[in-house]
Design a protein around this ligand. Structure first.
Ligand code: NAP
Length: 326
């Protein structure tokens, strides 16, 4: 099959179309003929050799895809060849075929196009896992999302709105802040125009937020603690600005704060299946009725994967960048 291959770690120029053997699905797997795959920030790190795939996963980039089912494993029920599928992948999305445990796949509702379906699993399941399963978001909660215009950020805004919570976001330009507000954020703070913590406190009558979904890491730790309400949860999912920081543990004790971290990709397939199950139980009707819809910034042909990576690196996008495979 055709796929993007990186012969060695490096800049965008290492992304080349090549021929590789077809994946061989196991008894619990679906084989998906991929029509679209979406980019994630982690792909940029993997390309540079900084985020190796988990053991047993495809070395090909790509954490989510959509297409049609080409084969169904002998131990799988509930799927038929020819049905539309979208899936969370541990790797292997930038290719014509992807094999995936059936528990990581979801049926695509008629309300979603193929590019939108490909752009949904990784970011909506990450937002759902962290905000709802680990964060316990309730209606009325104030939630700070760093990178409101990112794939995960835009998914978070949509899920929080549907849950009756209050999304407060940061973004790197006034234009992106405007886009976040139009997309459903309640407050958008341009983090390049001054420290965000005081603005978060001002937006919450000095109470602070109940939850922060943080993909920035070390450089934001102190300001994140300042922006949290007493009893609040800081949930760390990325380290775009460092893995190390000094922390005032006194504040954590006095203010009853919770610090959590998580990754989705490395989880066993049974845990991913449970996340998918709970996501569909909570938001399946919204998905069916078209209320969950990732914003697509650009769709490019697979051959332009390098250009797509440059676009993401430049952070000019709002929402998702998608590759059209066939
Ligand atoms: N732990 C998990 O399971 C998991 C799963 C999925 C994603 N993630 C993490 O979630 C984050 C978002 O992923 P994504 O694919 O949605 O990303 P994305 O669409 O590429 O968006 C990331 C955004 O972060 C902002 N940004 C980039 N570098 C920054 C920096 N140095 N300081 C501050 N902001 C910066 C940019 O927005 P502005 O223009 O507003 O600056 C950028 O658009 C990544 O850190 C990713 O690794 C974690």
């Amino acid at each position: 099959m055709k796929a993007i291959v990186c012969e060695k770690p490096g800049d965008e120029s290492v992304l080349k179309i090549g021929e590789v053997p077809d994946p061989v699905p196991g008894p619990s797997d679906l084989l998906i003929r991929v029509s679209h795959a979406a980019l994630n920030r982690a792909d940029l790190m993997q390309r540079q050799g900084l985020y190796p795939p988990p053991p047993g996963a495809s070395p090909i980039l790509g954490l989510e895809c959509a297409g049609t089912v080409a084969a169904v494993g002998t131990a799988v029920s509930g799927w038929r060849v020819g049905e539309r599928a979208m899936a969370l992948l541990p790797g292997g999305g930038y290719a014509e075929l992807a094999a995936v445990d059936h528990g990581s796949a979801m049926h695509v509702p008629g309300t979603l196009g193929d590019a939108e379906a490909a752009a949904l699993p990784e970011v909506y399941l990450t937002a759902f896992l962290n905000l709802f399963m680990l964060g316990g978001v309730k209606a009325g909660a104030a939630v700070l999302i760093h990178g409101g215009g990112s794939g995960v950020g835009s998914a978070s805004i949509q899920l929080l709105r549907l849950a009756g919570a209050r999304p407060i976001v940061t973004a790197g330009s006034d234009a992106k802040c405007e886009q976040c507000l139009r997309f459903g954020a309640d407050v958008a703070i341009n983090y390049k125009s001054g420290p965000f913590a005081a603005k978060v406190r001002a937006a919450t009558n000095d109470r602070g937020v109940d939850i922060i979904l943080d993909s920035i890491g070390g450089a934001y730790l102190a300001a994140n603690l300042e922006a949290l309400a007493n009893g609040g949860r800081l949930i760390m999912i990325g380290l775009m600005r460092g893995a190390k920081a000094e922390i005032d543990l006194g504040a954590v004790l006095r203010r009853h704060l919770h610090l959590l971290g998580s990754t989705l990709r490395t989880r066993p397939v049974a845990e991913k299946a449970e996340i998918v199950r709970q996501f569909l139980a909570r938001f399946g009707a919204d998905l069916e009725q078209g209320r969950l819809r990732p914003p697509i910034y650009r769709t490019l042909p697979l051959a332009d994967a390098a250009m797509a990576h440059r676009m993401m690196q430049a952070s000019e996008h709002f929402g998702k960048i998608v590759l059209k495979i066939v």
